[in-house]
Structures are given as structure tokens and as C-alpha cells.
Ligand binder design. Structure first.
Ligand SMILES: Cc1cc2nc3c(=O)[nH]c(=O)nc-3n(C[C@H](O)[C@H](O)[C@H](O)COP(=O)(O)O)c2cc1C
Length: 162
């Protein structure tokens, strides 16, 4: 079915692509911040690079531009609540991270204890692309944890492999 070239159709077409769900985190000027991100991928093996696409209007965009470093926390199937929390502006009025729920990584970014794995990166390069900025990160640390099944975002909803 051909679709018209408009935003709604673009969203609908893209919703057919299943992705994992991550929480991108950073610390800038003492402020810890997290944001739900599905536009994340591996970019290069040599050197080790990752890629995220961050909307220019977000708080994250402003803070990562300052900090020049970030972490990507990969969520498992039990973390839907966390994904919803970090995509909701209601979180911004108070501290976003509960004591005991995170540790600071080598970049200073919060690492969520519930993450099934994480990668930390310093900003390698950026590309202005429409209303988003593509941020390429040079990986400086990574770890895997529980090995639980991933949280999946597909057709505008959270899913699991089951
Ligand atoms: C499943 C899901 C995936 C998302 N992926 C991205 C993404 O890749 N890039 C982005 O800029 N926003 C993404 N968003 C939207 C942000 O999480 C949301 O706008 C957030 O509130 C922005 O945070 P901030 O302005 O406080 O930094 C996603 C939202 C959801 C629910």
C-alpha cells in the first residue's frame, strides 16, 4: 500500500519496524538526566562506535551537548514502567533517579541497576539531521547483566519476545 508523504504516514510506516528500548543518560553541570531512546544502533567495530538520534528540542539534547558523554542502558522485558517514566515530562519536576537504583559510570552518567546491559560513550561526532541530531559515541565502557529477554517497541506499543 503506497502512503502519502506526510508525518502521520511516516510514523505509521516506521511503527512497523521493531526496536529495542534504552534509557540514554548523562550528567551535565551536576544534573543527572535520562530519556527513553529507541533510535540507537551499533555504528562501527573499528573504532567502537554507537549512534543515537536525539530530538533537538529535548532536555537531553541540551545536556549531552554540554557533557559530551552519555550512557545507553538497555532495558529488559520487565522495564516497561522505566521506559514510560523516562519518556514522560512529568518526571522533570523532581530528581529522576532514586537512590540505590543507579551507579555512576566512568563518564559520570547514571547506570541503571535494572539495565540488562549498558554502553558508555564520549561524543565522537554529530550530524544535524532535520529536527534531530545524530550523535555518534565512542564507546569507553560496557557491561552486560541479567541476560533477560529484551523490551521491544513495535506498532506504538511495548512488546516482549513471547
Ligand atoms: C519508545 C520510545 C522511544 C523513543 N525514542 C526516542 C529517540 O530515539 N530519540 C528521541 O529524541 N526521543 C525519543 N523518544 C521520546 C523521548 O523519550 C521523550 O520526548 C522524552 O520525554 C524527552 O526527554 P527530555 O526532553 O526530558 O530530555 C522516545 C519515546 C518513546 C516512548
Amino acid at each position: 500500500m503506497n502512503l502519502p508523504l506526510d508525518k502521520a504516514s511516516f510514523r505509521h510506516a516506521m511503527s512497523h519496524f521493531a526496536s529495542g528500548v534504552t534509557i540514554m543518560t548523562t550528567t551535565a553541570a551536576g544534573r543527572m538526566h535520562g530519556m527513553t531512546v529507541s533510535a540507537f544502533s551499533s555504528q562501527s567495530l573499528d573504532p567502537l562506535l554507537i549512534l543515537v538520534s536525539v530530538e533537538r528540542s529535548t532536555v537531553m539534547h541540551r545536556l549531552v551537548t554540554q557533557s559530551r558523554a552519555f550512557a545507553i542502558n538497555i532495558l529488559d522485558e520487565q522495564a516497561e514502567g522505566t521506559a514510560r517514566f523516562f519518556a514522560d515530562n512529568a518526571r522533570l519536576g523532581e530528581p529522576e533517579f532514586r537512590e540505590g537504583s543507579f551507579q555512576l559510570g566512568v563518564t559520570g552518567a547514571p547506570i541503571l541497576k535494572e539495565a540488562t546491559g549498558y554502553l558508555e560513550a564520549t561524543v565522537h561526532s554529530t550530524l544535524d539531521a532535520g529536527d534531530h541530531t545524530v550523535i555518534v559515541g565512542q564507546v569507553v565502557a560496557m557491561a552486560i547483566g541479567s541476560g533477560k529477554a529484551p523490551l521491544i517497541y513495535y506498532r506504538s506499543g511495548y512488546r516482549t519476545l513471547a
